[in-house]
Design a protein around this ligand. Structure first.
Ligand code: PLP
Length: 400
């Protein structure tokens, strides 16, 4: 039997709730989605949350709402999934890549400082593998007078905020915490992913967690986004079913990014058991791996708990010391041959054709390349047995 990398947990509880959603006769955005949003806000400790059909859509919606466009720059880590950069490109702006830390793969605050210009509109930190970025430092940085005075507001929202927006790509980090607070309440806006391989699934899906400072009214912003993500239509499908309430207006050319109730049904079950079941199991697997690999100095153990940060245990990015990319690839081949599925997170964007062709060079991001060339992500999923865990450990050990 092949040990898969991260299959979703689909059990009778999930199946029954999806059936209930289907039988209810209401399959698009409705009561289940709204309940899921409320429960997400309660869990994360932020005022309002809007569910979307993906994290990608959520990130792009926020950039467009903030008025990011031509001649603007958005700072992102070079070490991320392509979605983080592509949404910036869709808006016509320029992604400005920044190198990451050696230790935890997250965006380097020192490197951010060097890349801020008067064109910078947004910084998008990525909580790699579920480990929160240095939000205290990043939040403070954009409020500094010398940084604020560089900021040129071009839209109403930019004027209202009066500084660079922090938009966290929290695709990996639902449930992670930082100084006792959960992701979603750590900075201005955070976007989660519920894609099939993520920690909490709805098959495809995401959520925008609003946590904007004064003078923003997060409820007002939430209401605006619900319309903005539904063609700019002043009433959603549910509101239109109310007696005599057929007539609506379109206030702008919005997008189409809403979550369906069929998928929210999965999310509701997933969230109910997330903290005390899913995360506990993932931590158990992480600790088993760490216990086993700490015995051999060739391994560099990932950091998933440090300085008031606790990971959501999304990925276990094991690094091998003193090897090159070819040797890493060879080790992976051997692990696969022992029927264990492994992965690499991520290929830094500057090595991929599209970004390379735009002129980005991997040699400008030495930590990203070093992390990538020695990294192997090993399986972590809810239904892993101790036997599975031990098989992964011995497959890795025997392949080194
Ligand atoms: C998965 C992922 C996304 C995209 O999430 P979708 O829900 O598939 O749009 C964005 N950023 C990172 C870092 C991811 O891993």
């Amino acid at each position: 039997m092949v040990i898969p990398f991260s299959p979703p947990r689909i059990d009778d509880k999930i199946i029954n709730e999806v059936i209930a959603a289907l039988k209810s006769g209401w399959i698009t955005t409705g009561a289940r989605t709204k309940l899921f949003e409320k429960k997400l806000s309660a869990y994360n400790g932020n005022p309002n949350t809007l569910c979307t059909n993906s994290a990608t859509a959520g990130l792009e919606l926020v950039l467009r709402w903030f008025g990011v466009g031509k001649n603007d720059e958005v700072i992102i880590p070079a070490y991320t999934y392509c979605a983080t950069a592509n949404v910036v490109i869709h808006c016509g702006a320029k992604p400005v890549f920044v190198d990451v830390n050696k230790e935890d793969f997250n965006i380097s605050v020192e490197e951010i400082k060097k890349k801020i210009t008067k064109k910078t509109k947004v910084i998008m930190p990525v909580d790699f593998a579920g480990m929160p970025c240095d939000y205290k430092e990043i939040n403070e940085l954009v409020k500094k007078e010398n940084i604020k005075s560089l900021f040129v507001a071009k839209s109403k929202m930019q004027e209202k905020l009066g500084r660079i927006l922090i938009l966290s790509d929290s695709a990996h980090s639902l449930g992670a915490s930082y100084f006792g607070k959960k992701t979603g309440s750590l900075t201005d806006i955070s976007v989660f992913s519920f894609h099939a391989v993520k920690n909490l699934i709805t098959a495809e899906g995401g959520a925008i967690a609003f946590n904007l400072p004064d003078p923003f009214d997060n409820l007002e912003v939430y209401k605006y986004f619900a319309i903005f993500g539904l063609h700019g239509q002043s009433k959603d499908a549910l509101a239109k079913t109310k007696k005599g309430s057929w007539k609506y207006d379109v206030i702008e050319a919005g997008y189409k990014t809403n979550m369906t109730d069929v998928l929210a049904a999965i999310g509701l079950i997933e969230l109910e058991r997330y903290e005390n079941d899913t995360l506990k199991k993932r931590k158990f697997i992480f600790d088993k791996y760490t216990e086993a690999f700490s015995n051999n100095k060739i391994f560099q153990i990932p950091v998933y708990k440090k300085n008031n940060k606790i990971s959501s245990f999304h990925l276990y990015p094991l690094r091998i010391k003193n090897i090159n990319e070819e040797q890493r690839n060879e080790i992976m081949k051997r692990i696969f041959n022992k029927n264990v599925s492994v992965n690499v997170h991520f290929q830094p964007l500057p090595i991929l054709s599209f970004y390379k062709n735009l002129g980005y060079k991997i040699s400008d991001f030495p930590n990203s390349y070093d992390n990538y060339s020695r990294e192997i992500s090993i399986p972590v999923f809810y239904n892993m047995t101790e036997k599975n865990i031990n098989k992964v450990i011995s497959a890795v050990n025997n392949s080194i």
